[in-house]
Design a protein around this ligand. Structure first.
Ligand code: RB5
Length: 168
């Protein structure tokens, strides 16, 4: 399928808990016209670690190599926690379609996390579809809330604040 106009580019990755679902999602997302970068795992390895894949997807977004990320681990939880440690990443575990698009529309979520041991491929496709079709609405109240989220991140990551927090 031809790439849809304005379709976001996608970085996709999974650990061993999510690789089966990731490998099913990859050709399906491509068939919908999205450019997808597969950041691993390339093969099943029970000793691989979800933070490594979360970092790869997060860095792809931060460096603007991709506009959206999809992370799959066993539950989706670990990948989500790890991805949110990266500045500029707004990742969420969504196993319902409403949250998968509303999280983008209101909260500018840029990474969707899925649990490969929790949901099946057909629900996962619906979630990915809702996530990738959605865009940030930009209403004033959502911008205001997003600005507060970004301010939380800035306060938590600036050097002087880190020093003050450690001294408390
Ligand atoms: C790996 O066994 C599993 O812990 C991981 O994929 C994920 O579910 C963590 O949240």
């Amino acid at each position: 399928m031809k790439r849809q106009p304005m379709a976001p580019s996608v970085a996709l990755a999974a650990d061993h808990g999510g690789i089966t679902l990731k490998n099913e999602l990859l050709p399906w997302i491509q068939s919908r016209g999205y450019a997808v970068t597969d950041l691993g795992a390339a093969t099943f390895d029970s000793s691989d670690d979800y933070p490594d894949f979360a970092e790869a997807v997060g860095r792809a977004i931060i460096s603007r190599k991709a506009e959206r990320g999809i992370l799959v681990c066993g539950s989706g939880v670990g990948a989500c926690i790890a991805a949110n440690k990266l500045p500029g990443i707004r990742a969420c575990l969504c196993h319902d379609v409403y949250s998968a698009h509303q999280g983008v529309e209101h909260d500018d979520m840029n990474v969707l996390c899925l649990g490969g041991r929790v949901i099946g491929p057909e629900l996962a496709k619906d979630l990915v579809d809702a996530f990738l079709r959605a865009s940030f609405g930009g209403e004033e109240r959502h911008r205001r809330r997003l600005a507060k989220v970004l301010e939380l991140e800035r306060k938590a990551t600036t050097k002087s604040n880190i020093k003050n927090q450690n001294e408390k």
